[in-house]
Design a protein around this ligand. Structure first.
Ligand code: ASP
Length: 706
């Protein structure tokens, strides 16, 4: 069969009426009208209705057509026809036309599907069951079918368009796309490395790159001047809902530039990339120093889609008689607050006192809070009598109060307790009061980060990575206090409370780089061992350079407004960092370990987790994060065996070789006799008390752009 005449379903238009076309694709849906067979044929570009009409088609063709089932892969030839008036389908783009089939080839048959792929109804107004309610793991196990769903397909197509936009723009600015190694040595970005054992060098390991950081800097020293890469990065971090062990960054670096060059470049690029999703961003993006962001929002990735900025009122109370504030200020503390404009109806005294002061704010780590409501030109609260008239007037002015406003203040001897609790409260209130416009996009550059952070075990660690240039170089690498006072030439691009990316101007001087390593506690030998090759490169005329990396999965997910980054990745890992499709990560055979020289690496015969026959109970315990007591093991082993047997029987009955999924009735087998019971706390509503919005026994959580 030749495909040379093939056209895409979505390319056929009413202009083609009367022409003959060849189409290929999958049977999306079919409907038999007493011999007249209508089929929705779907390819990547869309859907075309094809018709087998016994008055035109041969008996043989009609017989063949009657064997068609959903997701059969077929090729047809036929004539394009305008649909009869009243039979048009507005659900599909080609709904005014159809193809009368004269030839059909079944290219490949399909089994019954584990979930529906189609989402376009054949009949106008009718709806099809989509795959949206299907368990995500099942969708990921059959991701190739999931990708046939228009929604997933469209996400991948949009991702491609974003990537093309990036490539074209950066090419036009003289950036060169260069690949850097995936099998490499450790690149520090603050996470653990994924290690890959080498067979030819037994007991030696490559590390997968956490980022191409070292290589892109070496490319600058190599004189490439402007580099970019849509780079896969690997970080072995703890599980979080929207984190993937491997992810894609737009990584770039340029020489002979400063911060302004990068702001300009990245703003232009971000505007273009968001425009791919129809989102208009205005430039220039505002900038905020790290200190200002913490001072006014309690976060270094502030969500600026709504107000509720903090106002510092420490000075208002410098001579206060209110003993709680006085004691806190005597201990060097601070007092900050927010003005929740015009919300006094929703934030009654009862809500403020019994929900916020009693439960919610303490759950954010503060000991308490003070609230006031503006009524009839005055501030009212349960403790307003403890404040002087001057203090109340000063608050009115500082918070720019009007009737109907509500003030919440938090005081603590620790600045970070105040900013962190108030920051969480700010987001909580914005969600509860519906202050966030989901259709607005608010980018902001965060600058002047601290270069170092204190380490729990003493000393300091880099806030970004150790190659970031400090704001000054005359520091003493042993003086922790001085180190903690340094700022970096780093910048983060933040959008709607999410960090889209970040970077910095780099160190390009060997002595400064050594000084930073020394501040991080590396001795000469460790420096040589870990970064000797890198430091050596600085001996050969390293140009001033800087760059940045943007998380592309997150960016595309934000542009397409998908709930998870998994929706914009072709083959993502699930929430527990495994791949339901391939079964990765999986145990390996002893022979493989022996070949890699790993059998005796830990002094043991078999390394944990690599036994030939995996212990299912241990695995279950690990993935569910539930400890299993010794006496529970036999029961769970029994349940697992039973479940496997049930699944096998079900699938053998269905003529399949292996189980796809199974459903068993729920009962508590490790605690016989216990009945399903809701927690009393849940019944009384205690659990839901601090939730921003409650519906029945459920509470609404803020959408997480994971
Ligand atoms: N390598 C950094 C990161 O992955 C980005 C940069 O500094 O360019 O976060």
């Amino acid at each position: 069969m030749s495909f040379s005449q093939r056209v895409f379903c979505g390319q056929v238009t009413p202009d083609d009426v009367g022409r003959s076309v060849q189409l290929c694709g999958w049977v999306d849906a079919y409907r038999d009208h007493g011999g007249l067979l209508f089929v929705h044929l779907r390819d990547r570009s869309g859907i075309m209705q094809i018709v087998f009409n016994p008055e035109i088609a041969s008996a043989d063709l009609c017989r063949k057509a009657s064997s068609l089932r959903t997701e059969y892969c077929i090729s047809v030839a036929g004539d394009v026809k305008k649909r009869l008036a009243g039979t048009e389908n507005p659900n599909i783009e080609t709904g005014n036309i159809e193809v009368m089939v004269t030839q059909l080839t079944v290219l490949s048959e399909s089994d019954a599907l584990p979930f529906a792929v189609s989402d376009k109804a054949m009949v106008a107004g009718a709806s099809m069951a989509g795959a949206d309610n299907v368990a995500e793991d099942l969708r990921l196990q059959y991701r190739y079918l999931d990708i046939r769903r228009p929604q997933v397909r469209d996400n991948l197509m949009a991702r491609h368009r974003v990537f093309q936009c990036v490539r074209e723009f950066l090419d036009s600015r003289g950036f060169v796309e260069i690949e850097t190694p995936v099998l490499t040595a450790s690149t520090p970005e603050g996470a653990r490395d994924y290690l890959v054992p080498s067979r030819v060098h037994p007991q030696n390991f490559y590390a997968l790159p956490q980022s191409p950081q070292l290589f892109k800097q070496l490319l600058m020293i190599g004189g490439m001047e402007r580099y970019f890469q849509l780079a896969r990065c690997f970080r072995d971090e703890d599980l979080r809902p929207n984190r993937q062990p491997e992810f894609t960054q737009l990584d770039l670096e340029a020489s002979f530039i400063d911060e302004e060059f990068l702001y300009e470049l990245i703003e232009e690029l971000t505007v273009k990339v968001f425009a791919v999703g129809g989102i208009e961003l205005s430039r220039p993006f505002p900038r905020m120093t790290y200190t200002e962001a913490m001072d006014t929002t309690g976060s270094d990735r502030p969500d600026l889609r709504f107000g509720l900025r903090f106002v510092d009122v420490t000075d208002v109370f410098s001579k206060t008689n209110y003993s709680i504030f006085r004691q806190i200020l005597q201990r060097g503390g601070c007092i900050k607050g927010i003005n929740i404009k015009g919300q006094s109806e929703k934030l009654s005294k009862n809500v403020l006192q019994n929900e916020y002061a009693k439960d919610i704010v303490p759950s954010f780590g503060a000991r308490g809070m003070t609230w006031m409501r503006a009524e009839d030109g005055k501030l009212e609260s349960n403790i307003v009598q403890f404040f002087s008239q001057d203090e109340l007037e000063a608050l009115w002015k500082k918070f720019d109060v009007a009737d109907g406003d509500v003030l919440i203040m938090i005081a603590d001897s620790s600045y970070s307790v105040v900013t962190s609790a108030l920051g969480q409260l700010r987001l909580h209130l914005a969600n509860r009061l519906g202050l966030i416009d989901e259709n607005s996009f608010y980018p902001v550059w965060i600058t002047e980060f601290p270069l170092f952070e204190p380490r729990e075990e003493g000393g300091v660690t880099s806030s970004h990575h150790p190659f970031t240039a400090p704001d000054r170089v005359d520091f003493d690498p042993k003086n922790i206090e001085e180190l903690l006072s340094l700022h970096s030439r780093a910048y983060d691009l933040v959008m709607n409370g999410e960090e889209l990316g970040g970077g910095s101007i780099r160190i390009n001087n060997r002595d400064v780089q050594r000084k930073i390593f020394a501040a991080l506690g590396l001795n000469e030998e460790e420096m040589r061992e870990k970064f000797g090759f890198f430091l050596r490169a600085f001996d050969f005329g390293a140009p001033p350079h800087g760059g940045l990396a943007l998380g592309m999965d997150r960016t595309v997910s934000m542009i397409l407004r998908t709930p998870s980054i998994r929706d914009v990745i072709a083959f993502p890992k699930n929430r527990s960092a495994s791949c339901p499709l391939t079964g990765a990560p999986s145990a390996v055979k002893r022979e493989q370990l022996a070949e890699l020289g790993l059998l005796n690496l830990g002094g043991q015969d078999v390394l944990p987790g690599t036994a030939e026959k995996e212990n299912k109970v241990d695995h279950l315990s690990w993935v569910s994060r539930i400890g299993i007591a010794a006496h529970e093991r036999p029961v769970i082993e029994e349940i697992l065996a039973e479940a496997e047997e049930l699944a096998l029987i079900a699938f053998q009955k269905a003529g399949k070789e292996e189980p796809m999924f199974t459903v068993v009735p729920v009962s508590n087998r490790t605690r016989p006799g216990t009945e399903e019971k809701r927690s009393e706390l849940a019944q009384k509503g205690q659990l839901l008390k601090s939730a921003p919005s409650v519906k029945g026994n459920y509470f609404k959580v803020a959408s997480i752009l994971e």
